[in-house]
Structures are given as C-alpha cells and as structure tokens.
Design a protein around this ligand. Sequence first.
Ligand SMILES: C[S@@+](CC[C@H](N)C(=O)[O-])C[C@H]1O[C@@H](n2cnc3c(N)ncnc32)[C@H](O)[C@@H]1O
Length: 225
Amino acid sequence: MTQSKKKDDRASWRHYNFTTAGPVDDYLYSMLPKRDPVLAEMEDYASRQRIPIVGPAVARVLQQLAMLINARTVFELGSAIGYSTIWWAQMVGDKGRVIYTDGDSKNAELARGYFTRAGVADRITLHTGDALEFLSEQNQEFDIIFNDVDKEDYPRVLRLVAPRLRKGGLFITDNVLWSGRVAEKNPQEATTKAILEFNRKLYDSAEFYTTILPIRDGLAVALKR
Ligand SMILES: C[S@@+](CC[C@H](N)C(=O)[O-])C[C@H]1O[C@@H](n2cnc3c(N)ncnc32)[C@H](O)[C@@H]1O
C-alpha cells in the first residue's frame, strides 16, 4: 500500500473501525469508484483540516436515494465546504435545485469555488446564515431535506421538516449513531441526548417511516408518508 493510499484509508471523516470492523470497512471503501478530481481534492482537504464531511460511502447512498425517488429539489442543512452539496447537485439534473446552507461565510466562499470547478454552480443556491431559520421561511415542498447541522439542533430540525417535504420525499440525517455514544448507559453530553431524543421522535412519528443505516456514523432515512 502506498503512503497516500494509507492516508486516504484513514481519512478523518471515515469514522474508521466504528460501525463495521476495520477490514470490512476497508472492503466497503475499496468498492467505491474513483471520485472526480474536485471531489477527491475536497476529501483530501477535509481530512487535512478535519472538516467532518460525509465522505464517499455515505455520499453514494445519498445519490442512490435521490435516484430512487427521482429527486429534483434538495434542501441541505449544514453544508460546510459543499462536498455533500456537489453529490446532490450531480443527481438532480439540469433543471434541479440544491439549497446550500452554512453559518460560516468562509465555508461558503470555498464551496462557491468548488461548485464552479465541479460544473454544478448553476444548480445550487447558496445561503449563509442559520439553516433552521432559512428552512422555516420556505413555502415550497422539497423532494429531500438533508440534515447535517449541530447535533443539539436535531430535535428542532425535526419539528420544521414535515410541512416542507413532499409526500414520498426523504428526510435524511447524518451522525445519528454519534460514534456509538447513543448506546451509552447514562449519557451526559447534550449532543448525545439531543440525538437520542431526535431518533426516538423520528421513529415514533406517524408522519415518517424511518430506518437507520449503520454506515459510517449512522444515517437516518425517513420516508414521508
Ligand atoms: C458536518 S458539517 C457539514 C458537512 C457537509 N454536509 C458534507 O458532508 O460535506 C456541519 C456544518 O454545519 C454548519 N452548521 C452547524 N449548525 C448550523 C446552523 N444552525 N446553520 C447553518 N449552518 C450550521 C457548520 O458550520 C458546519 O460547516
């Protein structure tokens, strides 16, 4: 194994050896097709700067889910440098629309450059500011709402989503296993408590049919009935 391959295999965004045992995890990642240069550069940048992107295994699931429901509109809460945004944008087609949101204007600036270089800038609307506030202002129904903001806000996100998602649309949330902390006996962290409350309410909601895919840090996929 070359030095750079080794580095890729332990990228900070991978949550290595957590949901699947190390060698199985390696196998899953070895199955992924090579990414185009812009995405590969972003993966490398995110790993070096420790920016918590979803990474290519989860991103492929996101694209597959978008394909399954023929998604044309995606609202993303928490976009950072725009890595997951590009995967969505590649899938929504020429007339599709992806809304990027992030509270950090430096992230948005970087993301804008990546979108142009990836050839998807015309499909993306950038919003810098609070993602929950922006979602609450939306009057349309989206095909997909993707939630990747600060974890304490997850219960609040859940309250906003249903009216802004079409029937048959998907509400998808990253990090719902929180590196295993959801299984702690007596969790004290506010983030863990918020994720536990979110997962419980999502599973109990009559408006959604939910499963958690135990890939990387756990991905909740909720179908709006
Ligand atoms: C995990 S990263 C997003 C990674 C991105 N989804 C990806 O996979 O490429 C979370 C981002 O959400 C942003 N964020 C957290 N809470 C937010 C909020 N309430 N409104 C807007 N952005 C928020 C942070 O600035 C951070 O860049």
